[in-house]
Design a protein around this ligand. Structure first.
Ligand code: ATP
Length: 319
């Protein structure tokens, strides 16, 4: 954290981790008059993350540098290093400017963003980066804003962003802004894989037929997982966006098939895709699955684990 009193002296920066999320289940219950969808989902943060280094700038100056790291910087993974704006349309700059305006802050911000989370993948990397920026900016600008106030502001930028302030597994409802944190989810190993192409969230939702009878599925899954029964949990892991995503992008269909053949216990689309994942019972099972998908040439194969609790708080670094 920033010093003993939580304050920075303006010459220091903060290092923040922005984790990806997975939807272990996603039910689309209704299409709302405001154009959003009523959903219920069980969302978990995972160890795959972006990193942000955030520093205070003189009044009104906001700058962003983006670099791709890890899988996105090497070999076949390079084709996933795309589609991240470096101008004011990037969510981190939008978030910083919004907070400055609402809090009456005149200072600016310089952000170095290291991307390891593929975009357009349903992993909400952009949303997580925005949440991390708001947390860091509030601290660097010495704002006395509690997390729930930052989360309310974040909802104006995107439906997935408020969830990241709970920084723990949680049940998500409404259009994504109603979050109930969940304790007791195990740090299960997970393998995530991406096709070369991304998917546009709007197109996938448009191809989905809402079904209100699916209400309660996410809560039932949460009960099975907190009781430690992966066997009972697996059949409850369903994503209503998977059928339209499979239709829109044949590579998703193919990837889910390949994951099943490679030993994945329950291959599933996350969010609106195009990334797919499988929870694994053991680390060995995860290593074997990741190795098989790598060998088959899928560009973005990540092995990690579910994060059961809070992610690290922003860390103070010297400039
Ligand atoms: P969604 O929240 O739409 O489901 P996603 O999880 O599929 O998104 P994101 O990484 O959140 O993928 O990116 C969605 C879009 O947001 C990208 O296509 C990109 O153009 C834009 N974007 C804006 N800021 C960022 C950022 N910091 N990182 C990644 N993408 C960003």
């Amino acid at each position: 954290m920033a010093g003993n009193n939580g304050q920075t002296d303006g010459t220091q920066g903060l290092l923040v981790r922005a984790p990806a999320k997975l939807n272990l289940s996603l039910a689309v219950l209704d299409r709302r008059p405001d154009g959003f969808h009523e959903i219920e989902s069980l969302m978990v943060p995972v160890s795959l993350h972006d990193r942000l280094r955030v520093q205070v700038q003189p009044a009104g100056q906001f700058s962003l540098a983006v670099r791709f790291k890890g899988r996105l910087a090497h070999g076949v993974g390079r084709q996933l290093a795309r589609d991240v704006p470096t101008d004011d349309s990037n969510l981190v700059i939008q978030a910083a400017r919004l907070l400055a305006a609402r809090a009456g802050v005149t200072a600016g911000l310089a952000i170095d963003l290291e991307k390891e989370i593929p975009s357009g993948a349903g992993l909400a990397g952009g949303s997580s980066d925005a949440a991390a920026t708001l947390m860091a900016a509030a601290q660097l600008w010495n704002l006395d804003w509690p997390m729930d106030r930052l989360a309310d502001l974040a909802a104006e930028l995107g439906s997935d962003i408020p969830w990241f302030f709970a920084q723990a597994p949680g049940l998500v409802a409404g259009r994504g802004e109603q979050v109930t944190p969940l304790a007791g989810i195990k740090p299960l190993p997970v393998v995530i894989a991406c096709p070369a192409e991304g998917l546009a969230t709007g197109a996938v939702y448009a191809g989905c037929q809402p079904d209100a009878s699916r209400r309660g599925e996410a809560a039932a899954l949460a009960t099975a997982l907190t009781e430690g029964s992966l066997r009972r949990a697996l059949p409850l892991m369903r994503n209503m966006l998977e059928p339209p995503a499979r239709r829109l992008l044949p590579a998703v269909d193919q990837l889910l098939e390949v994951m099943g053949r490679a030993g994945a216990v329950r291959p599933l689309l996350t969010g609106s895709g195009s990334a797919c994942f499988s929870l694994c019972r053991t680390l060995t099972e995860a290593q074997r699955l990741a190795a098989r998908l790598d060998a088959a040439g899928w560009p973005g194969v990540f092995q990690g684990r579910v994060l059961p609790g809070r992610v690290d708080a922003p860390q103070l670094v010297d400039n």
